[in-house]
Design a protein around this ligand. Structure first.
Ligand SMILES: *Cc1c(COP(=O)(O)O)cnc(C)c1O
Length: 238
C-alpha cells in the first residue's frame, strides 16, 4: 500500500521546483502544468497521486498498457488522460476512444486518420500536438523541425476536426545542459514561427521530464511530463 502522505510530498516537491524555475525565468508558476507519467505503474499506485488533486493530467505512452488502466479507473475521479508515446495508425481508433489529448502526431497520414475518428467519436475539435525530433537522435520519434510547418499547414487545411494546440518534444538523452536547453529552444522558436505563419495561438509546449523539466520551463514549457520524480524509478523493460 502506498502511503498517500508520501506521494503528496513527492508531488509538492516537483511543483515547488516547477514554480521556482518559472519565477527564475520571469514566468508565472500557474502557466506551467504538471502531467504525471504513469507508464509501468498499476492503478493502485496511480490513484493516491491522482487523489491529491495536484496533478493536472495523466500520461501514458502505450495504447495497450493504458487501456487496462483507463477501463479500471474509478468513475468518480475525473482526470484527463494524454497519450505521449508514438502512435501507430492501426492503434489510432483505440487511442481516440481512450485519450483526451494526443501529444505524438508526427505525420499527415496519422493526422488524417485521427481527424476522421474525432468526427466519428463525436470528439471534434480534438486537441493534438505535433511531436518534433529536436535532438536529431535516430532513436527518437517525431518529425524533423524542417518539416514541422508543412505538417501543420496540412493539418490546418485538411483536418478540420483536429485542434492543434502546440508542439511536443523529448529532450536529448545526455548530461549536457546547454545541448538540452538548445533542443527546447528549437521547439519554442518553431512554435513562434508557426504562430506567425498561421495566425493560430498554439499555446502549448509539451517538454521536460524528471531529469530536465526545470530547463524546459526556463525555455518556455507549458506542460512538463514527469514520471519517476513522482512515482519513483521504473523497472527496466526487457
Ligand atoms: C516516460 C516518459 C516521460 C517521463 O519520464 P521520467 O524521466 O520518468 O520523468 C515523459 N515523456 C515521455 C514521452 C515518456 O515516454
Amino acid at each position: 500500500m502506498v502511503d498517500p502522505v508520501d506521494c503528496e510530498v513527492q508531488v509538492r516537491e516537483v511543483l515547488d521546483r516547477m514554480a521556482e524555475a518559472a519565477l527564475r525565468s520571469g514566468r508565472r508558476p500557474e502557466d506551467v502544468r504538471l502531467l504525471g507519467v504513469t507508464k509501468t505503474h498499476p492503478v493502485e499506485r496511480i490513484l493516491p497521486v491522482a487523489r491529491t488533486g495536484l496533478v493536472w493530467a495523466l500520461g501514458e505512452n502505450r495504447v495497450q498498457e493504458a487501456e487496462g488502466k483507463i477501463e479500471n479507473w474509478p468513475e468518480d475521479l475525473s482526470i484527463p488522460w494524454h497519450l505521449i508515446g508514438h502512435l501507430q495508425r492501426n492503434k489510432a481508433r483505440k487511442a481516440m476512444a481512450l485519450f483526451d489529448v494526443i501529444h505524438s502526431v508526427d505525420s499527415l497520414r496519422l493526422a488524417e486518420t485521427l481527424d476522421r475518428l474525432a468526427l466519428e467519436f463525436d470528439k471534434a475539435p480534438y486537441d493534438i500536438m505535433i511531436e518534433v525530433n529536436t535532438s536529431g537522435e535516430a532513436s527518437k520519434h517525431g518529425i524533423s523541425p524542417e518539416e514541422t510547418l508543412d505538417l501543420l499547414d496540412g493539418i490546418f487545411s485538411s483536418c478540420g476536426s483536429l485542434n492543434p494546440v502546440g508542439l511536443m518534444t523529448v529532450g536529448p538523452l545526455c548530461d549536457d545542459q546547454v545541448r538540452i536547453g538548445r533542443a527546447f529552444g528549437v521547439l519554442r522558436e518553431l512554435r513562434d514561427r508557426a504562430r506567425k505563419e498561421f495566425g493560430r495561438p498554439l499555446p502549448e509546449l509539451s517538454m521536460g521530464m524528471s531529469g530536465d523539466f526545470e530547463l524546459a520551463i526556463e525555455e518556455g514549457s507549458t506542460i512538463v511530463r514527469v514520471g519517476s520524480a513522482i512515482f519513483g524509478e521504473r523497472e527496466r523493460r526487457q
